[in-house]
Design a protein around this ligand. Structure first.
Ligand code: F6R
Length: 611
């Protein structure tokens, strides 16, 4: 969420900034703006709402002449998504423009000091503080002014700074928020996301936390937090622009749902070699794994639900306790973590702020950190002791699908690998589990054939006010992901419940006609879940049951549930990866039937880099 772009060269910059902002739209935002640093003053255009409004307002950029500027898409944190609160924010004398991602923690103190000096604030943002601070610290030397200002601010941020006294020069600053520099020929630029760079350059410089850069058309100078000059290390970026396009589907979400078998295959196949699991990129030694006394998994949202599902596989195979914690809670709970703890951090984006903070907290207590992330070179990947990439490819839809299933796939793979290293698997069982892992993409391909059925089923859900998702064990973790998908894109209230918990209170909410999705994919608990289906049926629920195709004991589901959806059968511990597919499709078609904005649901952001 929130996207920053900066560009300085010889071409008119406003259209370039607008195009870059449009490419970063998928990150989620609610207002946008650009500023061009001219010789006399900063030229500014901002809108509340979409980047398309900014195109209109500026005549596709033509209205703002100049070759050096910055732009921003904002996801509101301090103050409503109004034009006044949109970035860039401008200093009182109109000379400095600032775009900012993240949060300035000491902004209230700084604001008070600046107000006492006579600065008048026109927005509710913490960012405006930086603009006025730049003016207050202006020495005439742009770099010195920026350094003096950075010394005063605390928090996590990425900043883009322009000044009309120094047209052609920009500063880019990174601290706990993503920012990547792009090196070009006759121009240089930076952005929060490589997708905004690749139509101009493929030579990227990944800034580390605390570093800042002076960017001019002629070159980039990189500096450490204390101002020490640093060498530039460029990395060639391979991502094609078309890769991020919809590939013929109406929505990115559907494209990404359909890509899942290939994505999971990509995550697993190269690591299943000649009867062994080979993790070339895994740096934790067998000795480290053998000394562990517990594993903690941390993540947010869907990644957290992937962690809950992964727990069952790891505990079952490795016989080691696995604690799954929300990153936003773990960071503040004085966690019981030591050097015998393995912390597994799950993140598609690799930049979720709460997850980063939990990682740092646990690392400082001695945990060994394994990151399972999708975005290569992302912040979490760089902080971890070892990384297993999920290789899902870029995920554009805000609601994760292939991000989630590739996380599951890598967790399953890790579970089998670690169990083998820990001496918990016989040769036969190790081989059988590898065969099952190879079957996952096949089962997912089968599950995608349920698309039409799910589209038909969405008819029964589209007018619902509440939907319940029930399941036990692995199915209870799956229920949470199914409910979240429906909530976030169709805006129907959905509640996930461990099926055995219903009678401890929630069953009172089941009424005549309440839609219930009962997950019966864990065959060892079929009978138990069946009793819960009977309980809710007795209160009037209309039950859709997901049952493993051809599995023993599923006949009762066909008797008691109103309808059954047969999903490809897998071992219980791996069942969620195929069973989630119809749940994603159900959420998608229900949202579509309700006319919702599927790829960019309201109030949600793709990458959550604020607390
Ligand atoms: C839901 C969704 C979010 C993310 C969560 C963590 O569909 O996408 O719940 O799973 O914000 O994001 P990452 O995995 O990027 O850390």
């Amino acid at each position: 969420m929130c996207g920053i772009i900066g560009f300085t060269g010889s071409k008119q910059v406003a259209p370039i900034l607008l195009e870059g902002l449009a490419r970063m739209e998928y990150r989620g935002y609610d207002s946008a703006g650009i500023a061009v640093a001219g010789r006399e003053k900063i030229l500014l255009a901002k809108v509340s709402g979409k980047v398309s409004g900014l195109f209109e307002k500026t005549d596709n950029g033509a209205a703002l002449p100049g070759t050096c500027g910055i732009g921003h898409t904002r996801w509101a944190t301090h103050g409503a998504p109004t034009e006044a609160n949109a970035h860039p924010q401008i200093s009182q004398n109109g000379k400095f423009a600032v775009c900012h991602n993240g949060i300035i923690e000491n902004f209230a103190v700084l604001k008070k000091e600046l107000q006492d000096k006579g600065y008048v604030f026109t927005s509710q943002t913490d960012t405006e503080t930086i603009a006025h601070l730049l003016e207050d610290n202006d020495t005439g030397d742009f770099q010195e002014t920026v350094e003096k200002t950075l010394d005063k601010i605390e928090g996590s941020y990425a900043l883009a700074i322009a000044c009309s006294d120094h047209p052609g020069t920009l500063f880019a600053v990174k601290k706990n928020s993503p920012l990547i520099l792009g090196a070009g020929d006759g121009f240089n630029m930076f952005a929060s996301d490589v997708t905004a760079l690749v139509s101009h350059t493929r030579e990227a410089v990944y800034l580390e936390d605390g570093q800042y850069a002076k960017v001019t058309p002629e070159g980039i100078s990189l500096f450490a937090e204390d101002g020490t000059p640093l060498p530039l290390k460029t990395t060639h970026v391979d991502l094609s622009i078309t890769v991020a396009e919809k590939g013929g589907y109406e929505h990115f979400m559907m494209k990404e749902i359909m890509e899942q078998p290939e994505a999971v295959e990509r995550a697993l196949k190269p690591r299943l070699k000649d009867g062994e699991i080979v993790l070339d990129d895994f740096e934790l030694t067998p000795e480290t794994l053998k000394k562990l006394n517990k594993i903690v998994i941390t993540a947010c949202g869907s990644a957290y639900y992937a962690g809950l599902a992964g727990k069952y596989a790891i505990e079952k195979l490795c016989r080691i306790p696995v604690d799954v914690q929300l990153a936003s809670e773990l960071r503040y709970c004085d966690p019981l973590i030591d050097e015998h703890t393995l912390l597994i951090v799950l993140s598609q984006s690799g930049e979720t702020l709460d997850t980063v903070a939990a990682l740092k907290e646990c690392k400082s207590r001695g945990a060994t950190v394994l990151a399972i992330v999708n975005v290569v070179g992302s912040f979490i990947a760089r902080l971890a002791d070892s990384v297993l990439y999920t290789w899902a490819g870029p995920e554009v839809a805000v609601a994760t699908t292939k991000g989630y299933t590739t996380q599951l796939a890598v967790l399953y793979l890790f579970a089998v690998y670690a169990a083998r290293v820990m001496g918990k698997l016989s040769d036969g069982e190790y081989a059988a589990l590898q065969d099952e892992l190879k079957r996952l993409p096949v089962a997912m391909r089968e599950a995608l054939k349920l698309d039409c059925d799910m589209e038909n089923l969405s008819d029964h859900f589209k007018a619902a006010e509440h939907v319940f998702f029930l399941g036990r064990n692995t199915d209870s973790a799956l229920a949470m992901e199914g409910a979240l998908k429906l909530k976030e894109i169709s805006y129907i209230h959905a509640e996930a419940y461990a099926a055995g918990e219903l009678k401890h209170g929630t069953i009172a909410l089941i009424e005549d006609g309440t839609p219930v999705v009962a997950l019966c994919c864990n065959t060892s608990l079929l009978e138990k879940t069946m009793s819960n289906i009977i309980e809710v049926k007795a209160r009037g629920a209309v039950v859709t049951a997901l049952v493993p195709e051809g599995a023993e004991g599923t006949e009762a589901a066909y008797t008691y549930a109103d309808r059954c959806v047969a999903v490809p059968a897998l071992r219980d511990i791996f069942a969620s990866i195929a069973a989630v597919v119809p749940l994603q499709l159900l959420a998608y078609h229900t949202a579509k039937a309700r006319g919702c904005s599927i790829d960019k649901p309201k109030n949600l952001a793709k990458s959550v880099t604020v607390e």
